[in-house]
Design a protein around this ligand. Structure first.
Ligand SMILES: [Zn+2]
Length: 344
C-alpha cells in the first residue's frame, strides 16, 4: 500500500492508462510541446570504463551515440578540478572509503560496489561526481539538463553498494541546498529504492525524497518530506506516481534530481515490474518532466539502472527524446522567499 495511504493522507485517484491522448490535454505552462530543442547534456567520454560486470559503466556511451544520431543532445563538458572533487567526496563519504577508491587500496573496499577497480575507473568516479554538481548548477539557467550517468543511490557513507560507488545525488543535493537556499528534491524512479541516498539525507531537512520501487530495502518514509512507494505492478505504479504533483506542491523544491531508471522495464531481470512496458516508461517520464516543467523547477535527469544490453540504451534515449521534444525548455521560476510547507 502506498505510504501516504497508510498514513491516512488522501491519495489522488490513479491517472488514466498510459497513452498520449490524456497527456495532450494536460496543462503545460511555459513548455513547448511541438518543437524539439536539443537538450543540454553534460558528458565526458572518460566516464566509460570496463569496470562493471554489467553494462553499467559502458551504456552511457551508446546512449550518447544514439541521441547524437537523432540530434537530441547539446553536449557540454564540465570543468574538472581533481583535488577539489576528491575533497568534496570526502565531505559526504568516509574519507577512508574515498581514499580506497582513489588509490585502489584496500582493494576490497575500493571494489565494494561490485566493480573492478582501475585508475581509469577511479578517475571516472571523480569526474562523474564533479560533473553532476556542475550539471545541477547549470540547470538553474538551462531548466532541464541531462547527465547520462548511473550508480549513485545505493552508495553508503562508508562503502559502495549495489553497483554504486559514490552518491553523487546526495553530494549535489547538499551543494544545491547550500547554494540555492531552498529545498532540493530527489525523485528516484529506479526499480530499487535509494537506500544509500536515504541513509545519507534522511536527517537533512533541506532535502526531500520521492521514490517508487519494486522493493523496500529498509527505507521508511514520513509521507511528507520522505515518500517511498513499493509497487508490484504498473497499476500500483500509476497510483503512486499520481501523488507526485502533491509532493512537489508540498515541498516546492528549487532543484530536482530525477533518476529516470529503466530497470523497472518488465523484461529487466535485475528490476522488472509487471506491466511496465516501453510505452509505460515513456508516459512516466513525460508525466514527471511535464509536472516539473509546469512548476518551473530546474531539473537534472540521470540514467540510473537498466541492464539489457540491446534494449536499455534505447529506453534511456527515449527519456532524452521526451526531455527534448515533449518538454523543451521550461520557464524557470523566479526566486521566491516562500517556505515549503513541510518546514512550517
Ligand atoms: Zn536499480
Amino acid at each position: 500500500m502506498p505510504l501516504e495511504s497508510q498514513m491516512g493522507l488522501s491519495v489522488t485517484p490513479p491517472v488514466a492508462p498510459p497513452g498520449d491522448t490524456d497527456l495532450r490535454t494536460r496543462r503545460c505552462i511555459g513548455t513547448n510541446t511541438q518543437s524539439r530543442h536539443p537538450i543540454v547534456t553534460v558528458w565526458d567520454a572518460a566516464y566509460v570504463t570496463d569496470a562493471a560486470p554489467t553494462i553499467s559503466t559502458t551504456k552511457a556511451a551508446r546512449v550518447i551515440e544514439l541521441a547524437q544520431a537523432e540530434g537530441l543532445v547539446d553536449l557540454r563538458q564540465a570543468p574538472f578540478d581533481e583535488d577539489a572533487a576528491w575533497a568534496d567526496m570526502a565531505a559526504v563519504h568516509d574519507p577512508a572509503y574515498v581514499d580506497a577508491v582513489r588509490t585502489g587500496q584496500p582493494r576490497r573496499l575500493a571494489e565494494s560496489q561490485g566493480f573492478r577497480w582501475s585508475p581509469a575507473f577511479a578517475a571516472a568516479a571523480a569526474r562523474i561526481w564533479s560533473a553532476h554538481a556542475w550539471a545541477c548548477r547549470l540547470a538553474r539557467t538551462e531548466g532541464t539538463v541531462v547527465h547520462p550517468v548511473s550508480g549513485a543511490h545505493h552508495a553508503r557513507r562508508n562503502s559502495g553498494s549495489g553497483y554504486c560507488t559514490f552518491n553523487f545525488l546526495a553530494g549535489a543535493a547538499r551543494q544545491a541546498a547550500d547554494e540555492n537556499r531552498g529545498p532540493v528534491a530527489v525523485i528516484d524512479l529506479d526499480a530499487h529504492p535509494g537506500d544509500g541516498t536515504y541513509a545519507l539525507l534522511k536527517d537533512d531537512p533541506r532535502v526531500a525524497l520521492f521514490d517508487i520501487a519494486g522493493s523496500a530495502w529498509g527505507c521508511t518514509g514520513d509521507g511528507v518530506r520522505i515518500v517511498y512507494h513499493e509497487v508490484a505492478n504498473a497499476a500500483e505504479y500509476r497510483a503512486a506516481l499520481a501523488t507526485l504533483p502533491r509532493f512537489l506542491d508540498r515541498v516546492r523544491p528549487v532543484l530536482v534530481q530525477y533518476q529516470a531508471g529503466m530497470d523497472p522495464f518488465e523484461d529487466d531481470r535485475v528490476g522488472g515490474i509487471d506491466g511496465v512496458t516501453r510505452t509505460f516508461l515513456a508516459w512516466r517520464d513525460r508525466f514527471v518532466l511535464r509536472e516539473l516543467a509546469a512548476r518551473g523547477i530546474p531539473t537534472v535527469v540521470n540514467l540510473a539502472g537498466g541492464y539489457i544490453r540491446d534494449v536499455t540504451p534505447r529506453l534511456h534515449v527515449q527519456t532524452i527524446r521526451i526531455a527534448a521534444r515533449a518538454v523543451g525548455r521550461p520557464r524557470l521560476m523566479r526566486p521566491t522567499s516562500w517556505t515549503p510547507s513541510f518546514l512550517l
